[in-house]
Design a protein around this ligand. Sequence first.
Ligand SMILES: [Cu+2]
Length: 158
Amino acid sequence: MFRHKHGVVGLGVTLVMILTAALPLTSRAAEKVIYMQAMEPKGTTSVKKEAFPGKNLPGGGGYVIKAPNKQGKWQVSTYIWNPSQVIVHKGDRVVLKIVGLNGAKHTGSIEHYHPEHFIVKRGRITTVQFTADKAGRFRIGCEDHKPTMTGELIVLDN
Ligand SMILES: [Cu+2]
């Protein structure tokens, strides 16, 4: 009778050990796959509806303004990371899958987590991976499209 009880307790302890070992994979060190896009939202109109404001936007490649064409159409756009704010928890294994939609090339970097440049090209997916070991706000930049192509990685303290 005593031996039988001991066996049941032993099985229970083993189960708890298995569950505890499995927990970090599910809740504590979750893998976060986040899909991002390198984009260029555009606004187009014509001088018949709205006067061309002139080429008055800051340089750096982030703003693009096209003067009226023969038909009087003009266009303004900015380059952005979408989403521009990525939120994860400290300890997460982060996988960013960034596809290039607009612009031939983007030279990206992430403060602290990926300071070395990564290249995003149109029609291709660039994968950036890291473990979010430090909490805080970190700039996601693009060398080719300043200042607008600036995002932020937020790592929440648990
Ligand atoms: Cu860019």
